[in-house]
Design a protein around this ligand. Structure first.
Ligand code: UDP
Length: 352
């Protein structure tokens, strides 16, 4: 069985690392399964892409398209590859433009699609939501991380080949415990700190929202480690008032985006995490660090229901109040599985 995995953005590299590993294991056991990776080039900076291939041992991509973020351009480039290779299936992850482009190209070539992280919904008008809804419509196998994701698909009439398999990012979170990181020493952090990440288009494209977030951070008066996503860096560089906000905030320590072992170590040791990332909301829970989410809604509703995550949007007072009222709830989330998600997915695919 021949699989082409189509990925292009940071969170997909981390998830794909887990699946590739499970594919190699199954291959060594009994299943004639082969994987080739197609990298769209959506994320191309070293710290957003190559670092994960090296650190997580992801097989080198067989194709690197060097595309921009345009779905059209990606689709046009992917189709000829699929037509020539004729794989038995295409695997896509999550909700980025690379996900949708992979699904559209595979559908055009009549190749069945496996969607990992299917069924998530924010019920907003964001690009990510359109990408995941459309991909779910096109997918043959829908691998859901939670029962909420399964219910969301059922509500939309999608009931065939829907599998609740847990969260593949939890597989990664378990494994990262075995990977060393010297980030705390390298940054010479001795005091308690908050970890913050901001990169969602809804927060970076509207500069007043980013200004609110940075103003709240500055007023927190506690050390904040802020690994800056290239998109956010670009927006800040283009707006002198945002640059000034950062320069005047002595408590905010901006660093480049870091690798997976480093971010996990920063997450684990933080007093709390402020983020608009989907993945980091769950990782906060995996490491039992309280999370404050700089959005009005989340796809990961169980993190909020159990009290581990608080939604605050970009309102300065809500951000400050959430940090001042941080607590560590007792309730656990069982839905993310036990670190065997990648293996379960490969077993289902091998049975095809
Ligand atoms: N991440 C990382 N280095 C960083 C920031 C994030 O490795 O400097 C990882 C993080 O641990 C998580 C993933 O990137 O696994 C989340 O990706 P991102 O926030 O870019 O996207 P989202 O999850 O919102 O789709």
């Amino acid at each position: 069985m021949r699989i082409i995995t189509i990925i292009g953005a940071r969170p997909q590299f981390i998830k794909a690392a887990m699946l590739s590993q499970a594919i190699r294991q199954r291959q060594a056991e009994d299943c004639p399964i082969q994987e080739k990776i197609l990298h769209t080039g959506q994320h191309y900076d070293y710290e957003m892409s190559d670092i994960f291939f090296t650190e997580l041992g992801i097989p080198a991509p067989a194709w690197h398209l060097g595309c921009s973020t345009s779905v059209d351009e990606m689709v046009q480039n992917i189709i000829p590859i699929l037509q020539e290779e004729r794989p038995d299936m295409v695997v896509v992850y999550g909700d980025t433009n690379s996900t949708l482009a992979g699904a559209l190209a595979a559908s055009h070539c009549n190749i069945p699609i496996a969607h990992i992280e299917a069924g998530l919904r924010s019920y907003t008008d964001m690009a990510e939501e359109h990408n995941r809804v459309a991909t779910d419509r096109l997918a043959h196998w829908l691998f859901c991380p939670t029962s909420t994701a399964v219910d969301n698909l059922h509500k939309e009439g999608i009931t065939q080949r829907v599998y609740q398999v847990g969260d593949i990012m939890y597989d990664a979170a378990i494994q990262v415990g075995l990977m060393p990181s010297s980030i705390l020493d390298r940054l010479d952090i001795s005091a308690p700190y908050l970890l913050a990440t901001v990169h969602r288009a809804e927060n970076t494209d509207r500069t007043e929202r980013l200004a609110h977030i940075l103003t709240a951070f500055a007023r927190l008066n506690r050390l904040i480690i802020l690994p800056l996503h290239p998109r956010t860096r670009k927006v800040i560089s283009a707006h002198p008032e945002l640059q000034q906000l950062l320069q005047q905030a002595a408590n905010i320590r901006v660093i480049d985006s870091v690798g997976y072992a480093d971010i996990a170590t920063l997450e684990k040791n933080a007093y709390c995490i402020l983020t608009d990332s989907g993945g980091i909301q769950k990782e906060a829970y995996f490491h039992r660090t309280p999370c404050i989410t700089l959005r009005e809604e989340t796809e990961w509703v169980e993190t909020v229901q159990t009290g581990w995550n608080t939604l605050v949007g970009t309102d300065i007072h809500r951000i400050l109040s959430a940090v001042n009222n941080v607590r560590r709830p007792q309730q656990e989330i069982t839905e993310y599985g036990s670190g065997t998600t990648a293996r379960q997915i490969v077993d289902i695919l091998c049975a095809f």
